[in-house]
Design a protein around this ligand. Sequence first.
Ligand code: UTP
Length: 466
Amino acid sequence: MITLPNSLRDKLKRSDQLHLLQYWDELKDSEQAGLLGQLQAIDWDLVANLAAGGVSDIKNKIDFEELEPPRAFRSDDADADWTVAEAIEAGTSAIKAGTVAVVMVAGGQGTRLGFEHPKGMYPIGPVSSRTLFQIFIDRIKATGQRFGVSIPLYLMTSDATHRETKDYFEANRFFGLPNDLVTIFKQGTMPAVDVATGRCLLASPSSLALSPDGHGGTLAALQQNGCLDDAERRGVKHLAYIQVDNPLAQLCDPAFLGHHLISKSEMTTQVVKKRHPLERVGNVVRIGDEVHIVEYSDLPDELAFQKGDDGQLRLWAGNIAVHWFELSFLKQSLLRADTLPYHRAIKKVSCLDSRGRLVEPATPNAVKFERFIFDLLPHAKHASVVESDPRDSFAPVKNAAGAETDTAELAQVAMCDLHRSWLAEAGVVVSDGVKVEISPHFALDSLELGNKVVPGKTITEDCFFG
Ligand code: UTP
C-alpha cells in the first residue's frame, strides 16, 4: 500500500477532485504508483482555473472590432520590397549554412480520420503508398542532399502515438536518415474534465482520462527534451514547423524561408486565400501591429462574409499551420510561462460513470484543454505572413473517407494534380485518369523535374518517379 502525500490530497480537495481517489484502496501497489505519478504531474491550480472557465492569457480575448487583414507577402509579389528571387537566394544561403532544422508535430489522436495507427503512418502516396512520415523524410533527405547539409528532425509524438511511431522508425532504420539527426520526443498531457461539473474524468480506476496538450505543447516539450539546446549546439537558427497531416507542406522551402529572413521576422506563417467565407481554417489577421490567428469557430459570420473594395473576402488569409521560427524567439518565449493560453474543446471522451463502468459517450461529455502553437504569433517582435498557392502547399488529411473535405482521397488527388502540372510544365503529357507521383528524391520542384524528363513524352499508366 502506497501512502498518498497529504499535500496532494489537500490539493485535490481544494480543486474538488477527491473523487479521483475513490478506488485508491482497491488498487494494487503498481496501480497506485501509476495513479500517483499521474496526479503528481498535474498542476491542480491551473486545472481548477481552466475548469472554471479561465484562460491563462489576456491575448486570447480578441476584440473583433479591431481585426484587419494581415500585411502579407502575396503570391504575385506586386507590392513587395523584395523579389521572390531575392527570397530564394536568402533562404538557400541559410539552408546551405546548415542553420535549419525541422520540427514535425505528430502527437494528435487523429480521431476524425479514424485510422488505427498514428496518422504519420497513413499510406498517402497516390501511387507509391508511401506513408506521410516517409514522404517527409524523403523531402528532408532530398533537401539536405541538394544543399550539401544534414537537416536535423525533431519529431513530436504523444502518449497516443509515441510507442508505435518510435517502433516504426526503428524498424525502418529511420528511413535512411542518420539516427543521430532524428529526435523523437513526447509532448505533455492534460486531464479532460466533465463538461458539466469540471471534475476530471477517470479512464479506469487507476488512471485519469488524459489527452495530448495540443500542438502548442511543442514549445514546452522541445525544451523539456533538450531539443532547443541540441539545435543550438548544432548551429541551427531557424526551425521549420510542419504538421504531419499535410503531404503538400512546403518543408524547408527556400523562398518561404527567404521571406522570413529578409523581413527579420521571429515567426512567419504561411497562408492561403480562403476558398469560401466559412472554410474551416484559422483566420490570420492583424490587430494593430500584431499577427493573430482567430479560429473559424470564433469568427462572427458577418466578419467572415465581409468583402473588401476589390470584392474579395476582407479576412482572406487561411492558416495552414506551416511556420518558420527563430530558435532565439522560442527560447525567449519559454521565459514567459503564460505565453500560450489554453483553449477549450468539447469532445467525446470515454470514461468511468458513477458506477465505475466504462462508457463511450454518444454526445460530447468532456472539455479538453489544448495549447495552440500559433498563439505565439502576437508575441513575436515582428511576425510575417506569406501567401502560398494551396495547389502546391495544402492538402490536409483530417477526415475519414466519404467526408466532403480534407480526406486522404482528396489529398491524393491534390498530390497527383500538382505533379501532373509539373510534368506539363516540362512538356510531358499525362493521359486522363492516370495517376502520377514524384518522389522528392527524383525532383523537389518543377525546375528540377524539367532537367530530368524528356519533353514530348506521354504517360499512359500510373507512374511513380522514385
Ligand atoms: P489536429 O488538431 O488536426 O488534430 O492536429 P488531429 O489529432 O490530427 O486530429 P483530430 O482533431 O483528433 O481528428 C493538427 C496537427 O497537430 C498535431 C497533429 O498530430 C497534426 O499533425 N497535434 C495535434 C499534436 O502534435 N499534438 C496535439 O496535441 C494535437
